[in-house]
Design a protein around this ligand. Structure first.
Ligand code: GLU
Length: 502
């Protein structure tokens, strides 16, 4: 059998998601069990949303978890570069070959035309896809328009009839009629590839033998299979893994659970407990009763067919229980102390903490009173005390929800960045900044006195700060869906700050 090569391919558009760790775990175990190679590829073709700092967080998070990869952007390897933004020419060349072979075609339709087509095909009862009108352009027309610099994309020519049959290792045979599949854009008008083109070209060139990824990519697989066929390549083995779920069995979302790996790190969960917990909810070790096992034990008898198909419910309470077992059963006192130092009781954290408390101490013994909240997984907030004068609990929850939306896209987690975000939200809500910071102070610290808010939030970290807000929102409860949707729309479409003042 040829070499086993698997990969994870996260996009650096946010902090490392628990779901990426989950898929990473299966890829890692499969590679190690089969003397294979585990690869990290950074899929950063979305220029608007990709950030270098998030790429660094991918490295940081995987390292914390102990999921080390054999090839990747920061460690190199024989099939690099492993960062898609450095592979533009490769995608363009491959796409040109498809156009030459008549398997893809340039499309010059404007956004308005596309919208009109979508509406029309939907009205006719179709899936709302593109109607292939540019495929009918004569070669001369196409040449003339390209020479004239007309903006265009390249689309995949998906057959109008027939169906795609996916042979999936876990889901078995899955069929999709081609009529449901749009002529996918492969190359955007700026010459950048879309996910589908880049992903397939790279998986082929990087000699990926098994694509092990989340179930949410299953509907994209027919496009990928078609690309393999059109290029004349052998497709990898498909393995789609059921997604992580919230306890109510909806797809795991940041509304109901913290989803960033860094929240779990900063809240003081042990990485081996997080991995073990992810393994137990997604994987069944036949004949093994105890749910507590190490990564090397999991690798020793790893088999993809033992992945659970029923969906894996992520329950933070159970994770806490697992983490407790690790702390009690696997660590000596010395080892525990070493973990504390790695976590928050080390020089690096305390050096950042000193300026915040220095001016506020009379004796060394006052320290914990001033900053206990930075070392607590959660704080108790007096909900009755939250609303400022003239505001209701619902006003508070709406304001906090806007802050959560704002922080979601917040790249700058410095005190200044946090201040700007809070001011932006208060301007939108027409609140006094002081009222908002008063609430946030209580949400972050559980009390009324302590070091400055923005600096404390910066030190606490983005994920922990967001989780404190999220848990208060959850306790107070959000208003009905309709009201929330309306708020979200007006918040997200609000005029930019400089437009407001001009
Ligand atoms: N870039 C995709 C993601 O963000 C990769 C999906 C795949 O593994 O094909 O998850």
């Amino acid at each position: 059998m040829s070499e086993i090569r698997v990969r994870i391919a996260p996009s650096p558009t946010g902090d490392l998601h628990v779901g990426t760790a989950y898929i990473g775990l299966f890829n890692y175990c499969f590679a190690k069990k089969n003397n294979g190679v585990f690869i990290l590829r950074v899929e950063d073709t979305d220029r608007l949303r990709s950030r270098r700092q998030y790429e660094d967080r991918i490295y940081e998070g995987l390292q914390w978890l102990g999921l080390s990869y054999d090839e990747g952007p920061d460690v190199g390897g024989p099939y690099g570069p492993y960062r898609q933004s450095e592979r533009g020419e490769i995608y363009r060349e491959h796409c040109a070959k498809l156009v030459e072979a008549g398997k893809a075609y340039p499309c010059f339709c404007s956004a308005e035309t596309l919208e009109a087509i979508r509406k029309e095909t939907r009205e006719k009862g179709g899936a709302g896809g593109y109607d292939k009108r540019c495929k009918a352009l004569s070669p001369e027309d196409v040449q003339r328009r390209i020479a004239a610099g007309d903006p265009h994309v390249i689309r995949l020519d998906v057959p109008a009839d027939g169906e795609c049959v996916i042979q999936d290792e876990l889901f078995g045979e899955v069929r999709y009629p081609y009529s449901q599949i749009d002529d996918q854009v492969l190359l955007k008008s700026d010459g950048m590839p879309t996910y589908h083109l880049a992903n397939v070209v790279d998986d082929h060139l990087m000699k990926i033998s098994h694509v092990i990824r989340g179930e949410d990519w299953l509907p994209s697989t027919p496009k990928h299979i078609l690309l393999y066929e059109y290029f004349g390549w052998t497709a990898p083995t498909w393995v789609h893994i059921p997604l992580l779920l919230n306890p109510d069995r909806s797809k795991m979302s940041k509304r109901k659970n913290p989803t960033s790996v860094f929240y779990y790190r900063d809240a003081g969960f042990l990485p081996e407990a997080l991995l073990n917990y992810l393994a137990t909810i997604g994987y069944r070790r036949p004949g093994v009763e105890d749910e507590m096992f190490s990564l090397s034990e999991m690798i020793s008898d790893f088999d993809l067919k033992n992945v659970r198909l029923g969906g894996s419910v992520f329950d933070a309470q159970k994770l806490k229980w697992m983490s407790g077992r690790y702390i009690r059963e696997t660590l000596s006192d010395d080892a525990l102390w070493a973990r504390f130092k790695e976590w928050r009781l080390g020089d690096a954290f305390f050096r950042r903490l000193m300026p915040l408390i220095h001016e506020r101490l009379e004796t060394l013994g006052d320290m914990m009173e001033r900053c206990h909240f930075l070392f607590e997984r959660e704080v108790v907030v007096d909900m009755d005390d939250l609303p400022p004068k003239g505001r209701s609990a619902e006003d508070v929850v709406l304001a906090l929800q806007c802050l959560l939306w704002e922080f979601e896209g917040q790249d700058d987690w410095s005190p200044e960045g946090i201040r700007a975000a809070i001011e932006d939200v208060t301007a939108f809500m027409d609140w006094k900044v002081r009222d908002m910071t008063g609430i946030l102070f209580r949400v972050m610290t559980g009390g009324k006195v302590g070091p400055p808010l923005f600096e404390s939030m910066a030190l606490m970290g983005k994920d922990m700060s967001r989780e404190r807000i999220r848990s208060v929102v959850e306790v107070i409860g959000l208003p009905g869906k309709k009201k929330l949707k309306k708020l979200e729309e007006s918040f997200k479409n609000r005029p930019a700050k400089n437009e407001e003042t001009s």
